[in-house]
Ligand binder design. Structure first.
Ligand SMILES: [Zn+2]
Length: 398
């Protein structure tokens, strides 16, 4: 027990040191000890190991406060290792290669239909996309230390299984195992809303904030929760299914099998379905952009779809604010393009149902994430795992 605890502590300390150096750009050992709360001895030990392995390096900078005296700062060696991030959605597979600092070195978006396709087919497409992306970055697969994958649905992150998702999985064949088998590189799989949340925490609007929520509005409605600086995923990683909170018992059927879920009114998928009914058209022949265009051109019936969705969303968000009292709520995904059509009624309803003092401390941010941003978020998942891995696992095997 004592040995396991020491190992865990070492992982956490190493992660904290690497992540602090990454987020600050350059930092002295003394500052590292102050910021992380670790002892000077521990900081010296860990940074010595990281330097030996070329993950960080020393650089001298002039100290403006002390008449040009030089200070030794530590910085991340961004080229020490590379990772790949993959985002799978119903109509797109996006891949990105990033360095240790989470900067994108190459990316590719493959417009392909993944819904209701066998998982082996999806794994083959991922293999093609990732191989192309690695070559485009001027690398070989042997130089990649990990692959992070963001997929919609209920994910068992330990086994890499989707309990329900876009593509079909006979016998629960795990996507993680299929990707790992094709590349022989460690693979991590996570719900896509959680990878976007990690992206915000590392380089987006969640930087430096300990308590925030991310709501993603795409074909589904997803959520990521950061509490006390850590992603909260609940028992077996299945928390934050905000889209499947029932808001209207016996209401519209949801893709999860229940009726009246929030997602069945608010997601782009449901807005398209309801608009298709009004217009008397086949839903497969209408795009979200067309529906949005019709509402912006003044179609009152479609505007009403958005305002009803906004009110339902606003009541849901009010509940979240009362429960979590977050510093910030970030809305991401293509649904953000609906702008005031959805978010004006959302904000009105949210304020109506939230205690003033709690609401005052929470700000709302809308940010559409492009496909590469989602893939970069998935790469962050791999980086997070690498930062706490033993050093021989971080470094490429070449
Ligand atoms: Zn549902």
């Amino acid at each position: 027990m004592a040995v396991a605890d020491r190992g865990l502590l070492r992982e956490i300390n190493q992660f904290t040191i690497l992540n602090t150096i990454r987020s600050l750009g350059s930092v002295s050992r003394v500052e590292l000890a102050q910021i992380t709360g670790q002892s000077r001895a521990s900081v010296t030990n860990i940074t010595a190991r990281l330097m030996e392995n070329n993950l960080i390096y020393e650089k001298e900078v002039k100290d403006s406060n002390q008449r040009g005296r030089k200070r030794v700062m530590l910085a991340l060696n961004a080229d020490a290792a590379y990772v790949v991030g993959i985002k799978v959605s119903a109509c797109m597979i996006s891949c990105a290669v990033t360095d240790m600092a989470a900067e994108v070195r190459s990316s590719v978006d493959l417009p392909v239909d993944t819904s209701n396709r066998p998982v082996e087919f999806v794994a083959d497409l991922i293999y093609e996309g990732v191989s192309f992306c690695i070559t485009r970055a001027g690398l070989t697969p042997g130089q990649v230390s990990g692959i992070g994958t963001g997929i919609p649905g209920l994910i068992d992150r330990e086994k890499g299984i989707n309990h329900w998702t876009l593509f079909t999985q006979k016998d629960h064949l795990p996507l993680r195992q299929l990707i790992q088998g094709r590349f022989d590189i460690p693979v991590w799989v996570e719900n896509d809303a959680n990878t976007v949340t990690l992206a915000h925490q590392w380089f987006g609007h969640g930087r430096g904030i300990d308590n925030f929520l991310v709501i993603t509005i795409e074909d589904g409605v997803g959520m990521g929760i950061v509490v006390n600086g850590r992603l909260y995923t609940g028992e077996q990683g299945m928390a934050a299914e905000f889209g499947h909170v029932v808001v209207s018992p016996g209401g519209q059927p949801c893709r999860c099998g229940k009726r009246g879920c929030l997602e069945a009114y608010v997601s782009n998928f449901s807005i398209i379905g309801q608009a298709a009914q009004y217009l008397g058209k086949d839903r497969t022949l209408i795009t979200y952009e067309q529906v949005l265009g019709a509402a912006n051109a003044g179609d009152k019936r479609i505007q009403k779809l958005f305002s009803r969705a906004g009110r339902i969303l606003g009541r849901g968000i009010a509940g979240l604010i009362q429960v979590f009292s977050p510093k910030r709520i970030i809305f991401s995904g293509r649904g953000v393009e609906s702008g005031p059509l959805l978010f004006d009624p959302m904000e009105k309803e949210m304020r109506l149902h939230t205690t003033g003092e709690v609401m005052e401390n929470c700000d709302i941010i809308l940010q559409k994430f492009c496909d590469t941003d989602w893939a970069r978020g998935a790469a962050t998942l791999a980086l997070q795992e690498l930062y706490k891995s033993p050093l021989d696992r971080i470094l490429p095997r070449i």
